[in-house]
Write a protein that binds this ligand. Structure first.
Ligand code: NDP
Length: 249
């Protein structure tokens, strides 16, 4: 990926941090995007320590102005934009009946609107990169979930957002693939990250019990899959990747 620039949202923890690290190892200059700048700075220092290039972009992508500014700053400072990993997301599980609807608002604002704002701001640059650059192809990878393929109780609005990510990905893929912007969706099963930390206490206990006996995926496993997708030869588009822990039914 030498000579290319990647933009990774949710890079302050979990899958996004692992992906930032992995793409930098493969030679991309990486814009690290999230709200917790201290965490991004630690990761940037680590990447730079290994000889890589990283830009810290403290951003709340649910604010469209900030999402646009993050993309524009990346292009201004790193020179171009070849790869976007739309990873930031939140999972607030629980029954729909009597749900605190503020949780729904948070999921829709980040998992859908934030992802859309980033895609919209990045696409003109990805189309340019696909026409000019070291690879003549560009990538937009959206992180969905097993929850984007299968609805289950206590996951209704999270399912809604991730099914939406899958549908948007496929429509956009059809729109831009002939212009060599590859649009892919990755659907992880249970991964060890901070995702469950945001659940209400009583919900977290139940959710944890479901996967208690499962050896979960590591964030690096998903970063590896993303790196595979974005390093394929120009003629190969991996449209969709579903990755579960082996013991997850
Ligand atoms: P984490 O909670 O570890 O990471 C979520 C990331 O999103 C953090 O870096 C967080 O950074 C960032 N984020 C949250 N709000 C915003 C915001 N408003 N603006 C910018 N960034 C934001 O979870 P994961 O790594 O697990 O999650 C990554 C993706 O993977 C999500 O889309 C999730 O739905 C998906 N996924 C995860 C699975 C799992 O089992 N872990 C399974 C299937 C899918 P900060 O707080 O600093 O802004």
């Amino acid at each position: 990926m030498t000579g290319t620039v990647a933009f990774v949202t949710g890079a302050s923890s979990g899958i996004g941090a692992a992906t930032g690290r992995e793409l930098a190892r493969r030679g991309a200059a990486v814009a690290l995007v999230a709200r917790r700048k201290d965490r991004l700075e630690q990761l940037a220092a680590e990447i730079q320590g290994e000889g890589g290039r990283a830009l810290v972009v403290g951003t709340d992508i649910t604010d469209q102005r900030q999402a646009i500014d993050a993309v524009e700053r990346t292009v201004a400072e790193l020179g171009r934009l070849d790869t976007v990993v739309n990873n930031a997301g939140v999972m607030l599980l629980g029954p729909i009946v009597d749900a605190p609807t503020a949780e729904w608002d948070r999921m829709v604002a980040l998992n859908l609107q934030g992802l859309l704002y980033v895609a919209h701001a990045a696409l003109p640059h990805l189309l340019t990169a696909a026409d000019s650059g070291p690879r003549n192809v560009a990538d937009l990878v959206n992180i969905s979930s097993v929850a984007g393929r299968r609805a289950t109780p206590n996951s209704g609005v999270y399912n809604l957002t991730k099914f939406g990510v899958n549908a948007f990905t496929e429509s956009l893929r059809q729109e831009v693939t002939e212009r060599r912007v590859r649009v892919s969706v990755v659907e992880p099963g249970a991964v060890v990250t901070e995702l469950a930390d945001h659940l209400r206490e009583e919900i977290r206990e139940t959710a944890m019990r479901v996967f208690a006996d499962v050896e979960k995926l590591q964030a690096d496993d998903i970063a590896d899959a993303i790196a595979y997708i974005v390093t394929r030869p120009r003629r190969v588009a991996v449209n969709e990747m579903l990755i579960r822990p082996t013991e997850q039914v």
